[in-house]
Design a protein around this ligand. Structure first.
Ligand code: NDP
Length: 433
């Protein structure tokens, strides 16, 4: 899906010269591929939203979209979307709810940016507001009927934001821009993003957007649970899926510090591509809970228990491997790692773990994540493919991401990385892949 040359930077001393050489970094097969991909993803999101709203899941049915402009976008939905997104930005900026932490040195000029890690607090504030609104009798379930207009409001907002970000990025010196956003195609640069860490003052757009869309997903899940409560469809499958997804999100926010070392924060610029993928999350990740509400489908407990066990296994792998790596990166001299086999690299403080989770595969955390995401879909049975769309897309994304991360690590660690790959043969799933 995404391809990049193996050695984009020959070294920091050559960075200026590389930029002048007009490097071409094309993902998605270039500008046309990028256009095709974004049209497909946006189209798919609209189709999913139409199914969510109509509750009609027949596979061959032609989606019924509104024939008037107001059905696609109205003032109320736009105000709701912008008001809510603005509130997330303000909550990030408030000096409460979490510590300020330094991120990794940036790829563009090696600065260490500071971030307020109050995601858990912000999530709780959103939850309390939602519960209070529900208790006060606000018809929160009307959010589903507004989903199409909210999606369009988000799309227009993110489209305009991507233009602002492009213009902002173009004011930077070439060496301070993302290498991927410096091709000859202006369209492609706008799509993939020019600036690696777009900020307005202290407001870090990537972190705020990521946490906001995840919270948006939870809001739609809550709406679905309320809908099920009102219609008598609060089934064991729905309770399990919404609880598992809630725990997954709580875990993400509780360990938000892990976001600072993620590829999104360190390596990926913010362009229309990333913005539109973010926009998909609240509308498509709630498809499993919506499917269960509208169909009333449920599995018996003896099927749900093994799914729960699979989910816990996924957590054990995901959390175990992420914590192991993050702790090792934070304090490689921790006595807990005394018995671990490691490979020394030329980068200070960055040896590679060869035993423990990271000795079983090169991305054990992706394996855990994949298992967890399939347990979100399994309680919906096998009556429809849409609940499986996200886990399948995640598998494709993580396969591609593993290859890109491998390329980056090879550039950073040279032949030590090759040695690591010789010792740890499997990419994601031990003995399988
Ligand atoms: P990872 O957490 O997988 O980190 C990869 C980095 O770890 C490498 O670049 C390298 O960085 C370091 N590393 C690799 N091998 C070793 C080793 N043997 N020993 C020590 N360090 C090593 O990065 P991601 O950002 O891709 O993933 C973060 C989390 O986000 C994962 O749990 C993933 O599952 C999840 N995720 C979830 C998605 C979703 O939609 N649900 C989408 C994408 C990710 P360095 O050496 O520079 O420290």
């Amino acid at each position: 899906m995404q391809r990049r040359p193996l050695h984009p930077h020959k070294g920091d001393q050559n960075r200026e010269q590389n930029t002048e050489d007009e490097k071409e970094y094309y993902q998605y097969g270039g500008a046309m591929g990028a256009l095709f991909t974004s049209v497909c993803f946006i189209g798919l999101t609209y189709i999913v939203v139409e199914k969510i709203q109509s509750g009609k899941w027949e596979m061959l049915r032609v989606p019924e979209f509104p024939s008037h402009v107001g059905g696609w976008l109205d003032f109320r939905a736009a105000a709701m979307f912008l008001g809510w997104l603005g509130a997330q930005c303000i909550l990030y900026l408030l000096p409460i709810g979490g510590p300020i932490e330094l991120g990794s040195p940036t790829k563009d000029n090696g600065r260490r940016l500071s971030y307020r890690l109050n995601g858990f607090f912000v999530f709780m504030v959103n939850t309390i507001c939602l519960l209070a609104a529900t208790y006060a009798g606000v018809p929160v379930t009307m959010l589903t009927s507004k989903a199409l207009q909210l999606l369009t409001a988000g799309l227009v907002t993110f489209f305009l934001l991507s233009i602002v970000l492009y213009a902002k990025g173009m004011t930077l010196r070439p060496r301070d821009r993302s290498p991927c956003g410096q091709t000859k195609s202006a369209y492609y640069n706008w799509f993939i993003g020019v600036e690696l860490h777009p900020r307005f003052g202290f407001l870090d757009l990537k972190l705020v957007l990521f946490r906001s869309v995840v919270i948006g997903w939870m809001i739609f899940n809550w709406v679905n649970v309320m809908d099920a409560y009102e219609t008598g469809h609060l089934t064991p499958s729905l309770i399990l899926v919404s609880s598992l997804q809630l725990v997954y999100v709580l875990d993400t926010f509780w360990f938000e510090t892990g976001m600072l070392v993620s590829r999104e924060i360190i390596h990926e610029a913010l362009g229309f591509n990333h913005l539109s993928l973010c926009l998909m999350i609240p509308f498509t990740f709630c498809v499993q809970t919506r499917y269960l509400v509208t169909t009333g489908f449920t599995l018996p407990w003896y099927c749900l228990v093994p799914i729960l066990v699979l989910n816990l296994t996924g957590y054990w792998i995901l959390r175990g491997s992420n914590s192991e790596k993050n702790n090792f990166r934070r304090n490689p001299k921790d006595p807990a790692f005394a018995k671990y086999e490691t490979l020394p690299t030329r980068v200070k403080g960055k040896n590679l773990l060869v035993s423990g989770w990271w000795g079983m595969s090169r991305h054990p955390n992706y394996f855990g994540d994949i298992l967890i995401n399939f347990t979100f879909a399994l309680p919906t049975g096998f009556g429809h493919f849409l609940p499986y769309l996200n886990p399948v897309l995640l598998v494709l994304l993580l396969i591609d991401r593993e290859r890109m991360d491998g390329e980056d690590c090879r550039q950073r660690y040279g032949d030590v990385w090759d040695k690591y790959c010789e010792k740890v043969k499997y990419r994601i799933i031990p003995y399988v892949y």
